[in-house]
Write a protein that binds this ligand. Structure first.
Ligand code: SF4
Length: 208
């Protein structure tokens, strides 16, 4: 896909989803990191139902460090993979307390080095918690749409992100992050995409 076409796709989606935004609830950058870690293999809706009871008592890195692992596992159980997620959340909180004086670091490099935080999560945190998008978070929706529309022929998230970054100017990073997820949830379903309703159908090689 050419740059101009890619930008048109984003502009059309922006008009189609004017309210597209992050659907995870959080009040602080630390809570955003926890929410995004919980959202792996889980819906944002379920995460948002779980985090209020966690953050009510344990909304800071210090509080997470001091809580029992079993208590954390119990609270986040509905989000799935709770043992692994609890272990990573506690390890991440410990690093934030000990290395960063309780404040979530504000660079991609530092975020990626936190336990349990990969590039996708770091991209989400940079955008949502700090309003400073550095790239595109490639989740299952972004991957599928990028391949279908022709934004990227690659299959790994890292390569897909690099392909999109070559096509889209930085001013659109924020929109791209939200729009691909919204389009995936609303129209470009994995199994049954609603191609006849799709506003970017004319740009899509895959659509029928
Ligand atoms: S035309 Fe179909 S496959 Fe292509 S982006 Fe739209 S919904 Fe997805």
């Amino acid at each position: 896909m050419k740059k101009e076409e890619a930008i048109n796709v984003i502009k059309i989606l922006k008009e189609y989803y004017p309210d597209a935004t992050c659907s995870l609830d959080f009040k602080t950058p630390f809570q955003m990191v926890v929410a995004v870690m919980l959202s792996a293999q889980c819906t944002d809706e379920r995460v948002n139902k779980t985090t209020p009871s966690l953050f009510e008592k344990y909304g800071t890195p210090e509080a997470i460090c001091n809580m029992e692992l079993e208590e954390l596992e119990r609270i986040i159980h509905p989000c799935g993979f709770y043992k692994n997620k609890a272990k990573n959340i506690k390890a991440m909180a410990k690093v934030i307390v000990e290395k960063y004086d309780g404040k979530v670091p504000e660079t991609m490099e530092e975020l990626i080095n936190l336990p349990g935080v990969g590039r996708k999560s770091a991209n989400v945190v940079m955008l949502e918690a700090f309003g400073n998008p550095q790239g595109i978070a490639i989740d299952t929706h972004a991957k599928r749409i990028a391949n279908r529309v022709g934004l990227s022929k690659n299959t790994t998230p890292e390569k897909i992100e690099q392909d999109i970054l070559k096509l889209i100017p930085k001013e659109y990073y924020k929109d791209v992050n939200h729009l691909l997820v919204w389009h995936g949830r609303n129209i470009c379903d994995a199994r049954k995409p609603k191609c006849t309703e799709c506003p970017i159908k004319k740009y899509c090689k895959w659509g029928t």
